[in-house]
Ligand binder design. Structure first.
Ligand SMILES: N[C@@H](CCC[C@H](N)C(=O)O)C(=O)O
Length: 263
């Protein structure tokens, strides 16, 4: 089976055409391909079908579970399409996901030639402040739907051990029956938010598109940030605009390699 690997700020995905997949158990295929030592290694496997003007995709997280959408994953797929066909600045891509169609515009290429996309990620839904009990403590989380479930913990200091501890605990928490993507977010200034990420179905990762959107929305709603911000994750800086018609995410993606999966 032919595959490609792409990443955005260290959030890495494998891509394969659904028509090429022979395995019946797609969750098992994702677990095997995404395994860091016994597979190729990635945060998720995206199976896609080309469509006029774009593609339809389905994302399996590294643990095999299905995710409705990934902001970095849709940009990686658009980067793959742009790699395969002439795609000048201004080219538009429609990526159909389980969370609806995401419209992407190729807005520029960075110094390294990587395509930079601005993606319409849709409106945040069910934004709320929720006190979530965890052992002896109560976590003041902002919860929302960004095409996938998100919880944002606004903190004064980012602490990796806290992200790992709370992120793991929330995956089996009664408040989140479908598990949840967690961001610890620190508002550095009205225009900048720093985050750490623990993803459903993955664990800690370097970047998240939907997580950046969720952190920006929570920081603007409850943390004193502006509605147009840079969100800085360990893997790098993305730009998020929370406008009246929805959230827009701008960042690059890079196709790294292609190969043949033999297992
Ligand atoms: N990294 C992604 C989000 C991937 C999906 C997530 N793990 C989930 O299960 O919802 C992004 O860039 O948005």
């Amino acid at each position: 089976m032919h595959f490609w690997k792409a990443h955005a700020y260290g959030n890495d995905f494998l891509y394969a055409a659904l028509a090429d997949v022979v395995s019946g158990d797609l969750a098992e295929l994702a677990r095997h391909m995404c395994a860091r030592t016994t597979g190729i290694g990635a945060d998720g496997l995206i199976l896609f079908e080309r469509r006029p003007g774009g593609a339809r995709m389905r994302l399996h997280n590294a643990d095999g579970s299905i995710a409705e959408v990934s902001g970095n994953g849709v940009r990686g797929l658009a980067a793959l399409l742009a790699h395969q066909q002439p795609s000048p600045v201004g080219t538009a891509f429609d990526i159909d996901t389980d969370a609806g169609t995401k419209h992407l515009a190729l807005v520029s290429r960075d110094e390294q030639g990587r395509p930079v996309f601005r993606a319409a990620m849709g409106r945040p839904e069910r934004l709320a402040q929720q006190d979530v009990p965890l052992g002896d403590e109560t976590l003041p989380l902002a919860t929302l739907w960004m095409g996938n479930p998100q919880a944002v913990w606004l903190v004064e200091t980012l602490d990796t051990r806290e992200m790992l501890r709370v992120g793991a605990a929330l995956q089996q928490h009664p408040a989140f029956p479908d598990a949840v993507n967690l961001e610890l977010a620190h508002v550095v200034s009205p225009g900048e938010v720093e985050i750490l990420i623990y993803e459903r179905g993955v664990g800690p990762t370097h970047s998240s598109g939907t997580g950046s959107c969720a952190a920006a929305v929570a920081a603007a709603a409850y943390g004193g940030a502006a509605r147009v911000v840079d969100v800085v994750a360990p893997g790098g800086r993305q730009h998020v605009e929370w406008l009246d018609d929805g959230v827009y995410l701008t960042g690059w993606a890079e196709v790294l390699c292609q190969g043949t999966w033999l297992a």
